[in-house]
Design a protein around this ligand. Structure first.
Ligand code: NAD
Length: 392
């Protein structure tokens, strides 16, 4: 099959196996090129392991520290006529590279919010790893079924308190326009907290503890985006921001429940970048296209793997981590510092339909977007016939 990108709105509905492999190998090469990372994790569970920040965490654990990794993700397998999802191919490529290095790598594919998948994961830990010393929580999902009640909650991306009108860029129609977002009601806020808040992170840690598979001194982190004034109305202080605040509550609860094991739980704030999750958020494609422009000019641009390598070496396993008042690791300073934000604000105020491509780095954004699905990668021959059926 000849595989070309099928972009529908903010998503690409297919993926290229060779392109995903190339992109995984590029991240592995980055980590391997950083030299000895020193002491780090040995047995790592990554929940949300197949794309974005979770995949980068898995790659850093395995290829930076030689850790055994068990991943959990929710990806679609390919069929004869349809490609698998990018996360499927990424995972296949990761397994192949890890196996070639003699590193244990296994992945549970299913709904991480369910108790069944938690039980299956724990069984694998018991059989093949023993105890985990690092748990990464990197899920991004629009819905969650609460295993205790069977109720399915949907998250919303809306402001809180008052309506908000702002600029956005419609990637489908190549149009910069105003968008008015109505404020969320209380139910929508609570539902978003149910999906993207800390309840499931806490539940995972409870299950792992009850099964006696948490090593003493185990570290765990969940990822957040805090951002600044430009994104606060739609992210930091919006429904998703409310859910992310709940991660701070969960971190404290996890520490409290596991004090006998000296478990460390921190939320980690990372920078905005193109992933499947962020492309779905209104305003983000415009904001990210502008920060790419500014940060590339400043020489401070980073992707998932650079951010996560920094998080591991400076914060999670570093001697001098940057922690904020809420005990969160901060890896977002290069984006959120006042000088950089001021430059972005100037562009933000100026940007119109006419000058968008000139003022922003949309070309960079679009390239990164296609790359998420294994497209637009120079080393890959997209005219070549590919078998989409790749297995793990
Ligand atoms: P992503 O879409 O690339 O990855 C999401 C992962 O979650 C995938 O591995 C997917 O398979 C998995 N997943 C989703 N639903 C699942 C389910 N029900 N069961 C099992 N696995 C499931 O997203 P990302 O951008 O890497 O986001 C990861 C985390 O990082 C999120 O918490 C996000 O808020 C945070 N974050 C993202 C950004 C950004 O700009 N992208 C910035 C800061 C923080």
């Amino acid at each position: 099959m000849i595989i070309k990108p099928k972009v529908r709105g903010f998503i690409c509905t297919n993926a290229h196996p060779a392109g995903c492999t190339a992109s995984v190998k590029e991240q592995i090469a980055y980590v391997q090129g950083q030299g000895d990372l020193g002491d780090g994790p040995k047995n790592v569970l990554v929940i949300g392991s197949s794309t974005g920040y979770g995949l980068a965490s898995r790659i850093t654990s395995a290829f930076g520290y030689g850790a055994k990794t068990l991943g959990v993700c929710f990806e679609k397998a390919p069929t004869e006529r349809k490609t698998g999802t990018a996360g499927w191919y990424n995972t296949a490529a990761f397994h192949k590279e890890a196996n070639a290095k003699g590193l244990y790598a296994d992945t549970v594919n299913g709904d991480a919010f369910s108790d069944e998948i938690k039980a299956e994961t724990i069984e694998k830990i018991k059989q093949n790893i023993g105890k985990v010393d690092l748990v990464i929580y990197s899920l991004a999902s629009p819905r969650r079924t609460d295993p205790e009640t069977g109720v399915t909650y949907k998250s919303t991306l809306k402001p809180v308190g008052q309506a908000y009108t702002t600029k956005t860029y419609d990637t489908d129609k190549d149009k910069v326009h105003d968008v008015s977002l109505e404020p969320a009601n209380d139910e929508e806020i609570l539902n978003t907290i149910k999906v993207m808040g800390g309840e499931d992170w806490e539940r995972w840690m409870d299950f792992l503890r009850d099964a006696d598979v948490l090593a003493e001194g185990c570290k765990t982190t969940a990822y957040t985006y805090i951002g600044k004034e430009l994104t606060w109305p739609i992210y930091g202080q919006a429904t998703i921001g409310k859910a992310k605040e709940d991660l701070d509550r969960a971190a404290a609860a996890i520490i409290g429940k596991n004090s006998d094991l000296f478990v460390e739980a921190n939320v980690s704030s990372l920078k905005a970048l193109v992933t499947q999750a962020s492309s779905a958020i209104p305003v983000m494609p415009l904001y990210i296209s502008l920060i790419y422009k500014v940060m590339k000019e400043e020489g401070t641009h980073e992707g998932c793997i650079e951010q996560i390598h920094g998080l591991f070496t400076q914060c999670l396993f570093g001697d001098n981590p940057t922690l904020d008042e809420a005990n969160r690791y901060r890896m977002d300073a290069k984006e959120t510092n006042d000088a950089t934000q001021a430059k972005i604000k100037v562009l933000w105020d100026q940007v119109t339909q006419e000058n968008f491509h000139e003022l922003s780095d949309y070309a960079g954004y679009h390239h990164e977007f296609l790359k998420l699905f294994g497209f637009d990668i120079e080393s890959v021959d997209y005219e070549q016939d590919m078998d989409p059926q790749v297995s793990w």
